[in-house]
Design a protein around this ligand. Structure first.
Ligand code: ACO
Length: 323
């Protein structure tokens, strides 16, 4: 095995300008700011403008990430995009972003693991780098979930928002100075499809469809599956959960984040939460939260960061990095 590893050279983010508050939601469906805040912790979400596409959000986050990393766009030789809301059925949103960034070399493709998408994309790019097949990778989570919501269904439409986040990974040769993606852990189990899915698709219905979720059933599985994955990852990496500096979870629901951290004994001050401001942005939520915590000075170089997610499929997993 080679001694190559992937360093996170920088993180970037993009949120659409339009903000939809819980008060705004009250005008759309029968709900209340109090219910949404108490059950989810969400106060507002961003909504993409008409004509603003998943690829536009992703390209903006990628540019921001490259700027923060101080890396020239020409260096990028791999783009992995995690999205469940592609611009089109094909081509891949990754190749559309590649074109928008003006890159004509290397490879670009999408991965589809819904809310766990960023972790799946990160694990994929990490392995490409470890195998020596890529030197500079963009890992992008980008979503316009507002386009697949049923805006008459209050049990789902209040939960989601639009946004994008990107991580720039560079290949470094070891021995690692400890900075980089240390370990990833991915899981899936297709038996849970009916609890969280979109009721349309090119082959099944020839339509795009709307998101359907039995939220309380998903909730029941989420805490145990996520905590199990994090524990397994920590054991494999030979670290103690107590050694984690920051916990950057997928931002589905404040009660899930706190449930997982409590189960693993992670103190609340180590939990990065952006769910109040962003809602659930699916594959974009982890890099958006990571970016917010770098910007406000909490996550610093050398910190040990543990990420996790669970999404439609079910898919779930965790990733450990030293930033
Ligand atoms: N406003 C007011 N009342 C509502 C709303 C709303 N927006 N939505 C539901 N209710 C009502 C329900 O109708 C129900 O009323 P009833 O008791 O009269 O029947 C009541 O509130 C309780 O409903 P529950 O669904 O049991 O509420 P719960 O406490 O479980 O919260 C929630 C719902 C927020 C969806 C929660 O279950 C959750 O967060 N689930 C997990 C979501 C998740 O993690 N998804 C995974 C990632 S998403 C992805 O992969 C795309």
């Amino acid at each position: 095995m080679s001694d190559l590893y992937a360093r996170i050279a920088g993180i970037g983010a993009y949120l659409p300008e339009k903000i939809l508050t819980n008060a705004g939601m009250e005008a759309i469906v029968e709900t209340s700011d109090a219910w949404i805040k108490e059950r989810t912790g969400i106060e507002q979400r961003h909504i993409a403008a008409d004509g603003e596409l998943t690829s536009d959000l992703g390209a903006a986050a990628a540019r921001d990430g490259l700027k923060n990393a101080g890396i020239d766009i020409e260096a990028v030789d791999l783009i992995v995009v995690a999205t469940a809301t592609p611009d089109l059925t094909f081509p891949a949103t990754a190749t559309i972003i590649q074109e928008k960034l003006g890159i004509t070399h290397g490879a670009a493709f999408d991965v589809h693991a819904v809310c766990s998408g960023f972790l799946y994309a990160l694990a994929t790019a990490d392995n490409f780098i470890r195998c020596g097949q890529a030197k500079t990778a963009l890992v992008i989570g980008t979503e316009t979930f507002s386009r697949i919501l049923d805006w008459t269904d209050r049990t789902t439409c209040v939960l989601f928002g639009d946004g994008a986040g990107a991580a720039v990974l560079t290949a470094e040769s070891g021995p690692a100075d400890g900075q980089g993606v240390l370990k990833t852990h991915l899981r899936s189990d297709g038996r849970f499809r009916d609890l969280l899915y979109v009721d349309g698709g090119p082959s099944a219905t020839k339509t795009v469809g709307h998101l359907r979720m039995q939220g309380n059933q998903v909730f029941r599985h989420a805490v145990n599956k996520i905590a199990g994955s994090m524990k397994e990852l920590a054991d494999q990496a030979g670290i103690d959960i107590a050694d984690i500096d920051w916990f950057v979870p997928h931002q589905a629901n404040q009660r899930i984040l706190l449930g997982v951290s409590k189960k693993l004994g992670i103190p609340e001050h180590k939990v990065i939460s952006t769910v109040a401001k962003h809602g659930n942005t699916s594959a974009a939520s982890i890099p958006l939260a990571f970016d917010a915590a770098i910007r406000d000075g909490r996550i610093k170089r050398g910190d040990l960061v543990l990420m996790e997610a669970l999404g439609g499929g079910f898919t779930w997993g965790a990733a450990l990095t030293r930033y």
